[in-house]
Design a protein around this ligand. Structure first.
Ligand SMILES: Cc1cc2nc3c(=O)[nH]c(=O)nc-3n(C[C@H](O)[C@H](O)[C@H](O)COP(=O)(O)OP(=O)(O)OC[C@H]3O[C@@H](n4cnc5c(N)ncnc54)[C@H](O)[C@@H]3O)c2cc1C
Ligand SMILES: *[C@@H]1O[C@H](CO)[C@@H](O)[C@H](O)[C@H]1NC(C)=O
Ligand SMILES: *[C@@H]1O[C@H](CO)[C@@H](O)[C@H](O)[C@H]1NC(C)=O
Ligand SMILES: *[C@@H]1O[C@H](CO)[C@@H](O)[C@H](O)[C@H]1NC(C)=O
Ligand SMILES: *[C@@H]1O[C@H](CO)[C@@H](O)[C@H](O)[C@H]1NC(C)=O
Length: 500
């Protein structure tokens, strides 16, 4: 007791000569923000226990599982725009790190993951609506696109979003390439109004008329840079019967299929016909039979009969052809044969872009050969590598540029194509070996420089590729970023593209 009193005496003496702020040891910023948020939002919305089922689910559901090693101080599940605004203010006050997570598919570190900070998991924000009179659809950022499509399907309508049901809505803020894009442009080209919590914590509207600069940036200029979108109002589009399926080829058709894809990039004029051409290398030993390779084509036609649109693909001898009539739910849930699905793992994307002229098309063969050679040489270091060809026809770039002069990418006229490279590294690699194989994959992608003047798709890019800099709207985006994030709160406290 006496001892306590005397130390109290010393303490009060110290307090009288030293400013209180220097003495009161602040809690670390993450826990401080979390404690504050638990008070204001309640323990149902703010989860701090690493053992809670919600916490485990959020932490484990990343497409790139490397992000699951991070441990947020808390995970919050806002269920309203106001909750998000309260969260941003508390995070700002505590000067904590944070991350915004929708579907968790971006493989870049800290884009939607955070260590010792606040993870804002948007999965509880799942309100949606459809207005038959205006044909406008609204959705909040929570839930995968598959759920969003299913919501609008009873009206025979859909929104432009992911080609696979499981991907989240962050896709749209970075453009968003859909099977419907050749008709309607990227996902962001159908935005009509967005509700946004700004880095200041204020709630704002972004549209053609209100904060048009912010609206421009959010139309494809990337997520987690200009604010947190809490509601999307978009032009919906008809979704009736589709003719869709996968065609699987034996490896021996590698060149024939590549030629057909090249022709499709250059010559297809029908905006209702869309494809993804996928070459995969599996970890199985090849034994010189090439059983470790698969070629899968995704064919989607918006209409009950694709006519001759895909004849160049279906006429090549194949193992399997599942083309059939289906609805949009069937289109985005197409099963992949042999379980060769894009699943969670030590995943990494890279992207390149090439023109649809003679030179760019000649490059496609080179890109493929390089990828294949790399994959053969690096056996054992990966579970899967894939080489995905995504044609960008002129009908797509026309549709994109028709709305308000185009989006943040300012898409140059098609045809051209993106190639998305996926590397799923082996779980057996040490962290160092993982870094090495990723570095080597980077070298592979850089062997053939992309066509100058064409944009690298930020949805398919690694951070070090600096894809935003290839966008026609980059300088404008930089200005908008500086205006809406004036003290660099988002730049400093969460991951994302570099504007410096
Ligand atoms: C299996 C698979 C299939 C894919 N298919 C396609 C495809 O068909 N078309 C295509 O274009 N891309 C596709 N992609 C790429 C995909 O678009 C990106 O990975 C995208 O980042 C995923 O968004 P998400 O919401 O799932 O991920 P998240 O990692 O949760 O979000 C992506 C980024 O956006 C930010 N963000 C998310 N929501 C908000 C918000 N409301 N406000 C502010 N910032 C936000 C996050 O902070 C993060 O930086 C695919 C990826 C995978 C893994
Ligand atoms: C949102 O959270 C509050 C507080 O936890 C809760 O009372 C309310 O029911 C939630 N609303 C929805 C739509 O989940
Ligand atoms: C949607 O399409 C189906 C099949 O053509 C039709 O039966 C149904 O009436 C349509 N629904 C609406 C709301 O138009
Ligand atoms: C297809 O594979 C064969 C056999 O390995 C190879 O010779 C050929 O170059 C490949 N085609 C292309 C376009 O690389
Ligand atoms: C199909 O291939 C032929 C050349 O073999 C080409 O002229 C035609 O344009 C191609 N069609 C499509 C839709 O790719």
């Amino acid at each position: 007791m006496l001892h306590n009193i005397s130390s109290y005496g010393v303490l009060s003496l110290l307090l009288s000569v030293i400013p209180a702020s220097a003495l009161l040891k602040r809690a670390a910023p993450g826990p401080e923000a979390c404690a504050d948020l638990t008070k204001s939002l309640g323990s149902k919305t703010v989860v701090t226990s690493v053992l809670s089922l919600d916490y485990i689910k959020s932490r484990m559901s990343y497409f790139n599982t490397e992000q699951s090693k991070y441990r947020p101080s808390c995970i919050i599940y806002p269920n309203s725009t106001e909750d998000v605004a309260v969260a941003v203010k508390a995070i700002r006050k505590a000067d904590s790190r944070f991350a915004i997570k929708a579907g968790g598919h971006n493989p870049n570190e800290f884009f939607s993951s955070v260590d010792k900070g606040v993870l804002i998991d948007l999965s509880s924000m799942t309100e949606r609506s459809y207005d038959e009179a205006t044909e406008l659809a609204t959705y909040q950022p929570g839930g995968p696109f598959g759920d969003i499509y299913d919501y609008f399907l009873p009206w025979n309508r859909t929104v432009v979003g992911a080609r696979l049901a499981g991907v989240g809505t962050g896709l749209a803020l970075s453009g968003g390439l859909s099977y419907l894009s050749s008709q309607y442009g990227l996902a962001c080209d159908s935005f009509r109004e967005l509700e946004v919590v700004l880095p200041s914590g204020e709630i704002a509207i972004a549209s053609e008329h209100t904060n048009p600069d912010l609206f421009y940036a959010l139309r494809g200029g990337g997520g987690n840079a200009y604010g947190i979108v809490t509601k999307y109002t978009v032009q919906s589009h008809p979704a009736n019967t589709f003719h869709a399926g996968v065609v699987v080829y034996l490896f021996q058709q590698n060149s024939t299929v590549l030629n057909a894809i090249s022709d499709f990039i250059r010559y297809n004029q029908d905006p209702k016909a869309a494809i993804i051409g996928t070459y995969m290398k599996l970890p199985t030993p090849d034994l010189d039979l090439n059983l470790d390779e698969a070629i899968i084509l995704f064919l989607v036609y918006d209409g009950p009969d694709s006519g001759s649109a895909f004849n160049n693909f279906t006429s090549i001898p194949h193992l399997l052809n599942t083309l059939a009539q289906t609805d949009y739910h069937g289109v985005v849930n197409m099963p992949l044969p042999g379980g060769a699905e894009l699943s969670k793992g030590r995943n990494n994307f890279r992207v390149t872009v090439h023109a649809g002229n003679d030179e760019g098309i000649a490059n496609l063969n080179q890109l493929y050969e390089n990828w294949r050679a790399w994959s053969d040489k690096n056996k054992g270091k990966y579970i899967l590598t894939s080489f995905d060809i995504q044609p960008i026809p002129k009908t797509l770039t026309d549709a994109s540029n028709a709305y308000l002069g185009g989006n943040a990418m300012q898409m140059p006229d098609g045809p051209w194509y993106w190639v998305n490279y996926l590397l799923t590294a082996s779980p057996l690699l040490s962290d160092r070996a993982l870094a090495e194989v990723q570095e080597s994959y980077k070298g592979l992608v850089e062997e053939v420089p992309p066509t100058e003047g064409l944009p690298l798709f930020i949805n398919d890019a690694m951070r070090d590729q600096n894809p935003l800099r290839t966008y026609g709207g980059y300088e404008r985006l930089k200005g908008i970023k500086a205006k809406y994030d004036p003290d660099g709160f988002f730049s400093e406290r969460t991951g994302g593209w570099d504007f410096s």
